[in-house]
Write a protein that binds this ligand. Structure first.
Ligand code: ADP
Length: 366
């Protein structure tokens, strides 16, 4: 006799999502239970295709169902677990309030205290990495003072297109991308006054036809300026990722960026240490800037540390050539550290969504 559906469900009630600290049944993740004498098939819906805990959840399910089966005096069926994912919205409040981007589930800003620390590089890797892990992802290059997406994504020779009054995003490297860099003359210096920056961001964000997205990654200009303020007022953000190099000076600036997000009511999902160390041709790792500095900063500010990216020649080359997917191929590729970073960001987002920590920023000017 096979285990009954209810008995299997009971077993699944003992399996917790390690990040969300609740059981799979309570979290509504069990989508299909197919009982059988020799084979039990299950479909579990995760909160992100980039879930870092997939293997652990699978092992816990197999153990729990096997234990249940032997406790009930049945045999040892094979257990097949299929994973799907539904990236959930931050909370009900968001649905009620209405978002100018109703088909985008999670919006993540990537910011930095100052330029040149690799903010655009991290935003690009995050977007392409999440897409590789199976999420529908967009990248909005809102760095109006120095847009990098045309180069980093290889958009320079691609024509821009519009449908009605909506911009059609570029469909590249598995990601839907839009950048101010394709809408203005690249040779002309851009001087933006506050209201112009506000208008440009609003148009880019809301007049791009993003379609259905799990994640929209926004590459902000460096520092603590007008665009971040507009974004916070306009869009329901899930949270922000702050990029920092290990050096002291970079940390001081990153701290200011963290405070800015916090003041705007945007949850800081965590800090990424870019240029953490250098990997030489001999494969040796050199701590050029004092590896671990950003992690210490994150600890002192009580915010999560999301991961580190080394400096490598090939990453620099792929940035210049507009071939981000190349970071996942070839010997010594940094793909695995990017995947780890994507998984930890996705996991922080799932936790923030479940806890419904999203708050609409309120700004008072005195
Ligand atoms: P920011 O957005 O903070 O101004 P970028 O992401 O545009 O900085 O980085 C500037 C350049 O530095 C990139 O085009 C890339 O060539 C290089 N770069 C950034 N991070 C790395 C890294 N980890 N390894 C190698 N080169 C990097």
């Amino acid at each position: 006799m096979p285990l009954h559906r209810d008995q299997i469900e009971d077993a699944l009630r003992t399996v917790q999502d390690p990040d969300l600290h609740k059981d799979l049944v309570t979290l509504g993740m069990v989508k299909r239970i197919e009982p059988g004498e020799d084979r039990i098939a299950l479909t579990i819906e995760l909160t992100t295709p980039a879930c870092p805990m997939k293997d652990r959840i699978r092992a816990d399910i197999e153990r729990a169902v096997r234990e249940k089966s032997s406790a009930c005096g049945f045999g040892e069926p094979s257990i097949e677990v299929e994973f799907t994912a539904d990236v959930r919205r931050p909370n009900q409040k968001l649905r009620d309030q209405g978002s100018p981007l109703p088909n985008v589930r999670q919006i993540i800003a990537v910011g930095a205290g100052k330029g040149g620390v690799g903010k655009s590089t991290v935003a690009t890797l995050l977007a392409v990495g999440l897409a590789r892990l199976g999420a529908r992802t967009g990248l909005l290059d809102a760095d109006i003072y120095g847009p990098s997406a045309p180069t980093m994504l290889g958009l320079t020779d691609l024509p821009t297109a519009a449908r009605g009054n909506m911009l059609v995003p570029f469909d590249v490297h598995g990601v839907k991308a839009m950048t101010i860099g394709k809408l203005v003359d690249p040779e002309k210096p851009l001087i933006w006054r506050g209201p112009m920056a506000h208008g440009a961001f609003k148009q880019l964000a809301t007049q791009t036809d993003w379609g259905d997205l799990d994640y929209l990654v926004i590459d902000l200009p460096p520092g603590t300026g007008d665009v971040a303020l507009t974004m916070a007022q306009l869009l329901p953000l899930t949270g922000a990722v702050v990029v920092c190099t290990p050096q002291r000076v970079a940390q001081d600036d990153a701290r200011r960026a963290v405070r800015m997000f916090q003041q705007l009511g945007i949850e800081v999902l965590g800090v990424v240490e870019n240029m953490s160390y250098f990997v030489g041709d001999d494969g040796k790792e050199y701590d050029l800037f004092g590896r671990g500095g950003a992690e210490v900063m994150a600890q002192t500010m009580s915010i999560p540390f999301l991961g580190a990216i080394p400096i490598t020649m090939s990453l620099r080359e792929h940035c210049d050539l507009g071939t981000p997917l190349g970071n996942w191929t070839g010997p010594g590729a940094i793909g695995p550290s990017i995947d780890e970073l994507c998984r930890s960001v996705a996991s922080r987002i799932s936790i923030a969504s479940l806890q419904g920590r999203y708050v609409q920023p309120t700004l008072s000017v005195t």
